[in-house]
Write a protein that binds this ligand. Sequence first.
Ligand SMILES: CCCCCCCC/C=C\CCCCCCCC(=O)N[C@@H](CO[C@@H]1OC[C@@H](O)[C@H](O)[C@H]1O)[C@H](O)/C=C/CCCCCCCCCCCCC
Ligand SMILES: O=c1ccn([C@@H]2O[C@H](COP(=O)(O)OP(=O)(O)O)[C@@H](O)[C@H]2O)c(=O)[nH]1
Length: 536
Amino acid sequence: MGYEYVIFILAIFFFIYLIAIWSLHFLSLIYGKYKFHKKPKVKIEQEKLPGVSIIKPLMGVDDNLKDNLETFFVMDYPLYELLFCVQDVNDPAINVVKSLIEQYSHIDAKLFCGGKVVGINPKINNMEQGYQVAKYDLMLISDAGIQMAKDTLYDMVSLMTDKVGLVHQMPFTCDRPNFSGALEKVYFGTCHCRMYLFINLIGINCVTGMSCLMRKAVLDSLGGLQKFGNYIAEDYFLAQAFLDNKWIIQLSHQPAIQNAATYSVPIWQKRMIRWCKLRLKLNIMSWLEPMQECFMLGLCTCWTVNVLFGWNSLVFFLFHVLCWLISDYTLLKITQNGKLPFSKLDYVLSWLYRESICYYLFVKAASNPTVRWRDGKYRLKWGGLAEEIIDDSRPSVPKSHGTSSTLIVSNKSINNKIKKPSTSHKRTSSYSVNMKSSPTTNSNSYNSDIENSSSIPLLSQISPTHSNTQINKNLLNTSTSSNSRLNRVTMHQHHHSISNPMTNNNNYPSPPMVLDKEQQSSSILIDMNEQETKLN
Ligand SMILES: CCCCCCCC/C=C\CCCCCCCC(=O)N[C@@H](CO[C@@H]1OC[C@@H](O)[C@H](O)[C@H]1O)[C@H](O)/C=C/CCCCCCCCCCCCC
Ligand SMILES: O=c1ccn([C@@H]2O[C@H](COP(=O)(O)OP(=O)(O)O)[C@@H](O)[C@H]2O)c(=O)[nH]1
């Protein structure tokens, strides 16, 4: 009698679990239908739109990089700046960015090179230079492989209402051929999408940082990007800090279109394992992830329905899988909002593959807390903090960390590496070379370099709160702004005063950036007008 009682209780428990997960399906379908691909409710006049500083951390080049970056130069948005950040002075991405900056000379764009060490997260270190000069109240962090639709930024800004502090895009993919292209789309449009929508709907943080618009003043008040430099899942902690400070987080109507040219099943697997490792260390609920997968739920509950209702377990299991497959297809179609680039058979095959392989990926992730991300290797600790594992086989001073030795060389070598611009001279474009102060470097020589350059109009736009290095202060003191640039600055301040709630309710003062002496760096902005002189 006692045994039967236990079986009955278990059966009831699993039945509730079945209902809960299926409710999650329906809720995410409804939320996806309600949310995705909707036009913004209110139309904001162009002149009332606030300026946006867009930070693009870049590392390496693939066949799609130029096309992806180009989408940021042709957006339907009136006021924005592009801040490209490249860690390595030898990175071929420099030439890609440079050619785009030359091609779109009317777009306000800058390139920073060398990064700045503020923690172990290489993406944060890479972005720090761009962050420090970002001049607008809104800041978009956008990963290298993201393709922007013309109206995506407008959509995100339109969601940035009074109480909203951060707007993020749900990861999705562009249309790509082959099994791996279908697999990625199926994963991001089904399992990932379902959980992402549901977790957002219930107000739990699951922001993925590949495309995130945020109020810069709030981030400043939280301690800046550097505050999150010791996490690899910086996106999660950054979003959590916004939530903790009572800011609302909004999901964009448009999913983020990832369009990296290099993709394959092993690359996808490695990325899924890395992401899962991050989640396992930062949220205990993630250990239950396999329990919300189709086959596991089916297996756990097929005997339940047999116990409770006398239904055939196998028939129930197959019916459950079929319903799941159809429900996922519906969600994928909602997310895609158009024709899928593969057949239904391709969908079924990639779906079956993903649903079967997820347990293996989970075990791989759970069995080793060390993550490899690009050039780096990191040990994840409980709670999300990470420490870098320095590999003896790698050069003792990794380039990506903007070490003094790299930077001393990089000043000269970067000038040689940046190809000489052709004939056109651009006013709004500049390249910035980061040079970390070191005992062997002479900051006066940097000053004289800069004073000789005509980058002053650009620097005049940098808010004094952000120019934390002596060299920038010197530049500000000696600056004489060109009229055209001043007009532009005045214009954007005007925009903010009209449309940005932050200016009306600015309770979030930017604290002074306190950087380690060792971490302080000096920036040299090379104006395109001066390029020829400097490069010769
Ligand atoms: C009985 C059933 C229990 C179910 C339990 C469900 C558990 C949750 C399942 C799935 C979670 C899906 C989460 C989707 C988003 C995660 C994507 C992700 O892993 N992103 C990480 C990596 O992003 C890159 O990281 C480096 C950065 O520089 C790049 O720019 C990024 O793109 C990201 O770091 C982590 C994000 C946070 C994810 C938080 C997940 C919280 C899960 C708790 C859910 C609890 C809800 C319970 C529902 C029943
Ligand atoms: O050492 C690094 C690793 C990554 N990134 C940037 O961080 C973003 C996300 O990197 P990736 O696509 O590798 O991360 P994932 O989305 O796979 O987590 C991209 O813009 C990269 O250029 C970087 O600047 N330095």
